[in-house]
Design a protein around this ligand. Sequence first.
Ligand code: ATP
Length: 249
Amino acid sequence: MATILTTRGLGLDYGNFTAVGKVDLDLEANSLHSLIGPNGAGKTSFFNIVSGRLPATRGTIEFDSKNITRSPAHGRVKLGMARSFQVTSLFPESSVLDNLRLAALGYEADRSLRFWSTWSTEAGKHEIADKVLVELDLARHAATPVGALSHGTQRLVEIGMCLVAKPKLLLLDEPMAGLGLADVPRVSALLLQLKASYSILLVEHNMHVVMGISDRITVMFQGNVIAEGSPEEIRHDANVKRVYLGSSV
Ligand SMILES: Nc1ncnc2c1ncn2[C@@H]1O[C@H](COP(=O)(O)OP(=O)(O)OP(=O)(O)O)[C@@H](O)[C@H]1O
């Protein structure tokens, strides 16, 4: 299987503090790879360097066979990397479809300053938004204001706002956070469905979800990788149990 993302010795220091030491990670294309670990392990910092939000202090990142270590965040988006939006980036009074269309237009960075005037001519972008609506089974909510949706459905819209960029790799930061019990299976099922078409790197604290849907799991602790393997391997890893899982799974 092809590898879509490879990091070697990737690290990030905040001044004298090392948040990410030297991380080697290989993400197979069309797989769901989870990054887990206790609070402060460095997962979000790792996401920030992979997405280009923060520059790496050391190491390299290869994405889709290109060295992107020094590429700006928008360059990585153009190459096919998308990071999930937070709830706050949705327009609550606009409909689901309008939010998706705006996101689709927003990915055209060179058009961003004049997107209102090109609204009616952006048929291609509308088409992508329409497709994502169907892909996420949100068609019945197309005209509903996002603010009127349940948390779970809003989370699907957030993921949809990544998909309109037609990414190869989705970086999802805690998609289950804040969801009610009833919404968790719905969002997990969507992630399972998406890995047929996208590669996914997932940071998530819900261990039942992680163990149920991941192909591979990397465990971080104090900035470094302490284990990597299948859910079964991770579940039985003595070191991982000691520092993170305990008897929770
Ligand atoms: N801007 C910053 N400046 C200094 N230290 C930071 C900064 N951001 C994060 N840290 C520290 O870096 C370490 C790693 O934080 P990070 O948020 O990456 O961990 P995490 O694994 O994502 O944790 P969580 O599961 O709680 O989100 C923590 O000790 C944190 O306090």
